[in-house]
Design a protein around this ligand. Structure first.
Ligand code: PMP
Ligand code: GLN
Length: 376
């Protein structure tokens, strides 16, 4: 019997493939199309000739763990024990899967806030758990009444993705305080904080679970260098969690992948000495501003974008089609690929919204905007 009877090919693969087939400009799947930093390429070229091609230690290359710990200290003033609280994973996808499959048992409920990234629900289902999907408010802020109503003795975990894919929203301090208050009544509930876009924030600073001592003891934080260093294909991410949680996750990780590819870990470890994460946010802010200014007079309505490299738009003025059909037509008739937002909801709620990825060269964004501006 299938463990995932209702799961089909991920929307990211579907839309990227359709974009390729029709030669459309691909603003669907989230990956940068500009070159990797020359400094990272130089490090990589040198490293490929060095003797670094065998297994790293199971939990990650020690120098990379040290650099991540230093980064976490600098960014969030949190001290992490590299030996007991960290794990390098094959992208955040494996981090999320590992965290969920370590702690979720048959019948356990996991709260997921919709619209939600597509890997959470299948990870829960493989574990035999029950995904409980809760809609965010219309402005994509968390709805604490709905979360409170869903919490029960069956709840094992809540997944919180911040900055948020697909909407680009960032949680406020007041929202963290509300969560802290709510979870005081549910001391056993774990938090999985998916912070893969932690270094891409514009409107107000990203608040990390690293800075919430009231929640830290029960929180697993997942991140990914794919997003912050423009190397999504390298699939290097990491988990940070208190020792008692991490010890259990390492047991699962060791038989899921054992260790992550050595070359990328070495290259990222060296690159972390020179890269400036503030520059990354700045660069994406310029891209967001450029993309917004290019299509602000189009028939698409721009939604707020506080962070991530995604811009959500409403197309009600253009079409009454559902968002999946409209996204297909956008590719086949107009030559631009986007992601329909309804696929991130449990009930496929269609609000006539699309997500565009602006992690693209300015030329790509200008060419895409020209096409989008011609649609009435
Ligand atoms: N979580 C979110 C919210 C994401 O957007 C992504 C990547 N798009 C991932 C997890 C997975 O990250 P990785 O590519 O490092 O596996
Ligand atoms: N996370 C990327 C996105 O949101 C896609 C990752 C994937 O293709 N699995 O577009």
């Amino acid at each position: 019997m299938s463990k995932l009877p209702n799961i089909t090919t991920s929307i990211f693969s579907v839309m990227s493939q359709l974009a390729n087939e029709h030669g459309a400009i691909n603003l669907s799947q989230g990956f940068p199309n500009f070159p990797v930093d020359e400094r990272l390429l130089q490090i990589s070229e040198r490293l490929i000739r060095e003797n670094i091609h065998q297994y790293t230690p199971m939990a990650g290359l020690p120098s990379l763990l040290e650099k991540i710990a230093a980064l976490t200290l600098k960014q969030y003033q949190r001290n992490i024990n590299t030996a007991t609280e960290m794990l390098v994973t094959a992208g955040a996808t494996q981090g999320v899967f590992t965290a969920i499959n370590t702690f979720v048992n048959k019948g356990d409920e996991v709260l997921i806030l919709d619209p939600s990234y597509d890997s959470y629900e299948p990870s829960v289902l493989v574990a035999g758990g029950i995904p409980v999907r809760i809609s965010l408010n219309d402005d994509y802020s968390p709805n604490f009444n709905r979360i409170e109503a869903a919490l029960s003795s069956k709840t094992k975990m809540i997944v919180i993705n911040n900055p948020h894919n697909p909407t680009g929203r960032i949680w406020t301090n007041a929202e963290f305080e509300a969560l802290e208050l709510l979870l005081e009544k549910h001391p056993k509930v774990l938090i999985l904080g998916d912070e893969v876009y932690e270094y891409i924030s514009f409107s107000h600073p990203h608040i990390s679970f690293h800075t919430r001592p009231k929640l830290m003891e029960r929180t697993i934080i997942a991140s990914s260098f794919g997003k912050s260093l423009h190397v999504t294909g390298w699939k290097v991410g990491y988990l940070i969690a208190p020792e008692k949680l991490m010890a259990e996750m390492k047991k699962v990780h060791q038989f899921l992948v054992f260790s992550v590819n050595s070359f990328s870990q070495h290259a990222i470890s060296e690159y972390l000495d020179v890269v400036d994460f503030n520059e990354i946010s700045k660069m994406y802010r310029q891209k967001r501003d450029l993309f917004q200014s290019l299509i602000k007079n189009s028939s698409f309505e721009l939604m707020p974008c506080d962070g991530t490299y995604f811009q959500v738009v409403n197309y009600t003025k253009i079409s009454t089609m559902n968002d999946v059909d409209f996204a297909r037509e956008l590719i086949t008739k107009h030559g631009v690929a986007a992601i329909p937002i309804s696929v991130f909801y449990n009930d496929a709620t269609d609000r006539h919204m699309l997500r565009f990825c602006f992690a693209k060269t300015d030329e790509t964004l200008i060419a895409a905007a020209e096409k989008l501006n011609s649609i009435m």
